[in-house]
Ligand binder design. Structure first.
Ligand code: C5P
Length: 475
């Protein structure tokens, strides 16, 4: 799949830079042609000689080198001549420079000039990754269509533990394949795409009063993440208090306030629910324990407020909610296709427990068990991320809501997920208990207005509350 693909590998300053050499080796082995670009910080950790030797191609390093420019390694040549730009490792400084659009070094200039998709693999100390500035930068980049792989959780160079480790080279390789494979030709520039779409829809040729037309919603995810982080980090009134002002709510039991005029009549809402099943062969699959109860309840609650609801559901043992159009799917890829087919929508709620991986090869016949033979091994590959895809889609719903099932650091992880996925709200739930398949849920709503801690409620009440929030936001 990678044979003949031209990849610009930007190595920025991190102690994990040595892993970029392994990544370059894996890419070369898979048939890709890799040009190494060392930033000044990167060159402190790996030598130009090592990167050049392993990529087997002349390295790029200096924005002002006449020699590099003359030999076709100037920033424009680098930007044009590659199918994908990978920044691995991407330091906190590099993410900040990218978010700000700085071009005072070769990597910055090439990243600004490229039209190719960009994949970043962040690596830094956990506190740097969790810093609101980095989260905001990541949100800006994600909202611009930059893809992220990692960072992962684990032990760091400083003998501290946390999220910030560079993804392992095989995982970065798999992400590179996924970006090159899945059909996101516009991923590097979703806003332009959206603006063109809006202009075509309006029949105005791309401009209104001389200004580009951007549909509402585009860019809101970054703002949401920034504001969410600001709300979490800000001294003074608690985030919950901020949320209370910004998002007036009914009583704690989740009941409808008297005389509530909320309605979703005329609105179309897309909901995903249930697990996905990823085929191993015609009779076996990989799946998870999701019952679909929460997603189905949300679909029912939205329909009860008058919305036209398309529920894209994986295999569940639940009755279809009343007044809801149900599209049944099995795999993550089918779920994504069904979601895209259901667009446009005013809002999307991704409550499905989509399988993160699927078997790389699906047997056409049942894999036979043979006496005495070793069991077969499964090679997995990443599934498309439906929430992130919808969040960056040219026809992005105005409001995109994701779920985050966490067993620890629930709110912190939700805040960074908001940024990573590019959605507007995250409903974060603690799944350390029996939430998956259970009837109750304890959630936190993470949004631009802050973090709201909801009491433990039946899943139906969580759904009703969320449906009301959506109606308020769309009103
Ligand atoms: O990263 P994580 O799987 O924890 O993110 C959960 C959120 O992302 C949920 O809203 C889920 O529906 C969505 N998701 C998705 N496609 C995937 C993985 C997760 O839409 N492949």
């Amino acid at each position: 799949m990678l044979r003949g693909k031209r990849i610009l590998l930007i190595v920025s300053g991190s102690v994990a830079a040595y892993k970029a050499l392994e990544l370059a080796r894996l890419l070369g082995k898979a048939g890709a042609s890799v040009t190494g670009l060392l930033t000044p910080g990167g060159a402190r950790f790996v030598t130009p000689h090592a990167l050049q030797a392993i990529t087997n191609r002349p390295l790029a390093q200096d924005l002002w080198s006449l020699e590099e420019e003359g030999e076709g390694r100037g920033h424009i040549a680098l930007a044009r001549g590659h199918d994908l730009v990978v920044v691995a490792p991407a330091s906190a400084d590099r993410l900040a420079r990218m978010a700000a659009g700085l071009s005072d070094d070769l990597a910055g200039a090439a990243l600004l000039a490229t039209q190719a998709p960009v994949l970043v693999a962040p690596a830094m100390n956990w506190a740097m990754w969790a810093h609101p500035a980095t989260v905001a930068n990541a949100a800006i980049l994600a909202n611009r269509g930059v893809r992220f792989v990692g960072p992962e959780e684990g032990l760091m160079a400083e003998a501290e533990s946390g999220t910030g480790r560079l993804a392992e080279p095989p995982a970065i390789l798999a992400a590179i394949e996924a970006v090159l494979q899945n059909s996101f030709p516009d991923a590097a520039n979703p806003e332009l795409e959206a603006a063109l779409d809006a202009a075509i829809a309006a029949g105005e040729g791309g401009e209104e009063d001389g200004a580009p037309v951007f549909p509402t919603g585009v860019g809101s995810a970054a703002a949401a993440a920034v504001a969410a982080v600001a709300a979490v980090a800000a001294p003074g009134p608690s985030p919950a208090a901020l949320a209370d002002t910004a998002m007036p709510d009914a009583d704690e039991a989740g009941a409808e306030p008297a005389g509530d005029p909320l309605s979703l009549v005329g609105r179309h809402v897309l909901v995903t629910s249930g697990p996905t099943q990823e085929a191993i062969d015609p009779v076996r699959f990989l799946a998870n324990r999701s019952s679909g109860r929460q997603g189905h309840a949300i679909a029912a609650a939205l329909a009860a407020l008058g919305a036209r609801v398309t529920l894209v559901s994986g295999p569940v043992a639940l009755a279809d909610p009343p007044e809801v159009e149900v599209v049944r799917v099995e795999s993550a890829r089918d779920m994504l296709a069904a979601c895209e087919a259901a667009l446009p929508a005013d809002a999307a709620v991704c409550a499905a427990a989509v399988a993160d991986w699927r078997p790389a090869e699906v047997g056409t016949a049942k894999i036979k068990k043979r006496e005495g033979a070793a069991p077969p091994s499964l090679t997995l590959m990443p599934n498309p991320d439906i929430l992130a895809t919808l969040s960056h889609h040219a026809r992005r719903p105005g409001l995109v809501v994701g779920f985050a099932a966490e067993t620890e650091a629930v709110v912190e992880n939700a805040v960074s997920k908001l940024a990573r996925k590019g959605c507007d709200w995250i409903v974060a739930n603690d799944v350390s208990g029996d939430v998956m398949g259970g009837r109750e849920n304890t959630v936190h709503l993470v949004s631009a207005a802050g973090v709201e801690d909801w009491p433990t409620l039946p899943k139906e009440a969580v759904a009703e509350r969320l449906a009301r929030r959506i109606a308020e936001a769309l009103a």
